[in-house]
Design a protein around this ligand. Structure first.
Ligand code: SF4
Ligand code: ZN
Length: 305
């Protein structure tokens, strides 16, 4: 009979394909929390006294991240602020914002909602209608990072934590290989490493947790999450790479780990050979850190201003 490998409980909720390990609900929650907290310690992702801004969309990954980081807040190791960005996506984002607020309130974490409309003057829907471009995710990602960096400074945060999981990271690695974006590859990792003072260090504490397990975690912990998919997601290159990786994972369950492990091994070489030598400067338009004269967000903003 199948029983939990940790405590012998016959009610197992997961059988890990990679290792064959079976766990009950309680032991699964504990194993995930221990793994994430151990990764944070091992990789030195936070230090005592850090104020961590959690990018909280209301989706399963960011909700799980806030729940686990809250352990460190309760032990007074770090301070937390959750920030939800309302991109202005009709019939989608509002529910996510409400669920994010519900989670922050449940955990007693300070929560801020900031919008594209406030910071850019336009919603993502308006930008897409204006530009006629189909690739919403390109704009969305650039503007979200731009806004988060500003909010982190406003909040005095020393870290920005995002809920990227193993699947997300494997997708980013593969996408950039396929597109030949070697510069982007040099920036992928568990923490951003810019020492520039206007740039808040970004960390990804869930980088080694498979997406399936983040989904199971929020169910096991009975946390409210926003399950709807973004209406723009279907168009993206990322969605195609995600489907491709998922399909190979059926026969090769460790493929995402090996993608990550292999990449982490060659990254120091990539950085040495391909990192842009130019030092970080200031965007002439907005004053945010930028490797070029005008940052990416401002070059996009010029498309409609
Ligand atoms: Fe933004 Fe694309 Fe994510 Fe939608 S799927 S929220 S457009 S990055
Ligand atoms: Zn700029």
């Amino acid at each position: 009979m199948d029983v939990c490998h940790k405590c012998g409980n016959p009610q197992i909720i997961i059988k890990r394909k990679q290792s064959g390990q079976m766990l009950c609900q309680e032991c699964f929650i504990k194993s995930i929390q221990e793994k994430v907290l151990k990764d944070i310690r091992k990789q030195n992702l936070v230090e005592k006294g850090d104020k961590v801004l959690v990018a909280l969309s209301g989706g399963k990954d960011s909700v799980m991240l806030l729940d686990i980081l809250n352990n460190l807040r309760k032990r007074r190791i770090i301070d937390l602020v959750a920030v939800t960005i309302d991109e202005g996506i009709y019939d989608y984002r509002e529910d996510g914002v409400n669920i994010a607020a519900e989670n922050a309130e449940l955990l007693g974490v300070k929560h801020r909602i900031v919008s594209f409309k406030d910071y850019l003057g336009h919603t993502l829907d308006e930008i897409m209608a204006d530009t006629g471009d189909r690739n919403a995710c390109t704009y969305c990602g650039v503007f979200r990072r731009w806004i988060l960096n500003q909010v982190a400074r406003e909040e005095g945060a020393s870290r920005i934590a995002t809920g990227h999981n193993l699947d997300d990271e494997a997708q980013s690695i593969l996408m950039n290989y396929l597109e030949g974006n070697i510069q982007n590859l040099t920036r992928i990792g568990v923490r951003s490493e810019s020492s520039y003072e206007g740039f808040t260090v970004k960390i990804k504490p869930l980088r080694e947790i498979p997406e399936k397990e983040t989904a199971l975690y929020v169910v096991a912990r009975d946390l409210p999450v926003h399950l709807a998919g973004c209406p723009y997601a279907g168009d993206s290159f990322r969605a195609k790479v995600r489907d491709f990786l998922k399909e190979i994972s059926l026969d090769h369950p460790t493929i995402m780990y090996s993608t990550l492990r292999g990449f982490d091994k060659i990254k120091p070489v990539l950085k040495r050979e391909f990192s842009k030598k130019s030092s970080m400067g200031i965007c002439e338009d907005c004053g945010e850190p930028s490797a070029s004269r005008i940052c990416k967000a401002c070059s996009f903003r010029r498309l409609w201003d």
